[in-house]
Unconditional design. Structure first.
Ligand SMILES: Cc1ncc(COP(=O)(O)O)c(C=O)c1O
Length: 375
């Protein structure tokens, strides 16, 4: 009898928390080396158009010869290089399968069911998704008109229940960069029982232009903090999925470490990321080319009368006169993929990744052809 009633019990999976996750997955795109994919200018995912450096390719290929063995879970070599690069102690560094994985873990370590987390809106969605999965409540503060996180209104949203405070600089999707003063105010004001998270996926680009030293500002903070960074952007390794976290203390790092699945970084990823840090020439080349091409695109868009949001990353965000969806559709017909944003108003805006010179030319040609929708 007991067994029968067990059998008629209804399946309630997935849990209501998972059902409630509202964040859409990334867009699907055909593979770059397929016949169709080769014709596309992929300017919608903020990837690097440059391949990894030859030194990185060699290191990753060598790592494959031991593909039958699990990789180093402790990521000793990579963490040593990150420590040397950033000046942060090894005991305060964790690694992830992309910084996105760390952004989910960061929410898990800070949020209990019913806690609040303050976010700018719009921003990169993954940490917010982590908060939802952990049963937390998102409190969103609209960006300033210039596309920068509005620290003052975010701080005004703090309550006793706030356990996570997320800043993104440069902010994706708008490119806005926080000033040193704004980061310092957040570091000083966010309470000590709240985790301050700063997503610096585009750090290398902002740094190349003299952006604020987020790390040294946070080091003054008494409360906990985590900075997340990525190898997907300036280091050209999006397909290998590697990111890292710099933490205020070994306690926070140990929590992130505990949340890692075993061997979460593959052998080629570990080897490639270590080699990428060592290859400073390749990084300098990527930064130089990206910033020069970004300036070229920005000047052309400005001449056409677009409203451009200033940003220090590998993408540009702009508003044309017409509807952003129409413009993106026209570009799409030319094989140029860009991201439409439902921001700052009903016309929306476009985020375009800085591609190779050839891709950028294709984008500019497409924009010129659609000129009547712009000016
Ligand atoms: C602001 C921001 N944070 C984090 C990520 C995640 O990067 P990844 O998981 O590739 O390291 C991205 C990717 O576009 C991003 O734009």
């Amino acid at each position: 009898m007991g067994i029968q009633s067990e059998k008629t019990r209804r399946m309630t999976l997935p849990s209501s928390r998972i059902k409630a996750v509202t964040f859409p997955p990334p867009p699907t795109t055909v593979e770059p080396d397929s016949k169709e994919g080769a014709k596309l200018a992929r300017m919608h995912l903020n990837e690097a158009p440059f391949g990894p450096s030859p030194r990185v390719l060699t290191a990753a290929a060598e790592a494959l010869t031991n593909a039958h063995r699990y990789p180093d879970h402790n990521a000793v070599e990579l963490i040593g290089r990150i420590a040397a690069l950033t000046g942060v102690e090894r005991s305060c560094i964790s690694v992830g399968n992309g910084s996105g994985e760390i952004l989910i873990a960061v929410a898990q370590l800070a949020i209990e069911v019913g806690d609040e987390a303050v976010f700018p809106a719009p921003t990169f969605p993954t940490c917010g998704k982590g908060v939802q999965i952990a049963g937390g409540k998102l409190i969103e503060a609209p960006l300033r008109d210039d596309g920068v996180n509005d620290v003052a209104s975010m701080l005004a949203a703090l309550t006793d229940r706030t356990k996570l405070f997320y800043l993104c600089t440069p902010n994706n999707p708008t490119g806005g960069v926080l000033s040193a003063g704004e980061i310092a105010v957040a570091a000083d004001t966010v309470p000590d029982d709240c985790l301050l998270v700063v997503d610096e996926a585009y750090h290398e680009f902002a740094n190349a232009e003299g952006g604020p030293d987020v790390l040294s500002i946070l080091q003054r903070r008494t409360g906990p903090w985590v900075v997340t960074r990525s190898f997907s952007k300036a280091y050209c390794l999006a397909g290998l999925r590697t990111g890292y976290a710099l933490c205020s203390s070994p306690d926070i790092r140990d929590a992130l470490w505990a949340l890692r699945s075993n061997f979460n970084l593959s052998r080629p990823a570990l080897a490639a990321a270590s080699a990428a840090i060592a290859d400073t020439e390749h990084l300098a080349h990527v930064l130089r080319q990206t910033l020069a091409e970004r300036d070229r695109i920005a000047q052309t868009l400005q001449k056409m009368g677009c409203r451009l949001y200033s940003g220090s990353a590998n993408f540009l965000t702009f508003q044309a006169n017409g509807d952003a969806v129409n413009l993106a559709t026209m570009l799409g017909e030319q094989g140029v993929l860009v991201q439409v944003l439902p921001w700052p108003n009903s016309k929306g805006s476009i985020r375009v990744t800085i591609g190779s010179r050839e891709e950028n030319d294709r984008f500019l040609t497409g924009i010129a052809a659609a000129r009547k929708d712009i000016v």
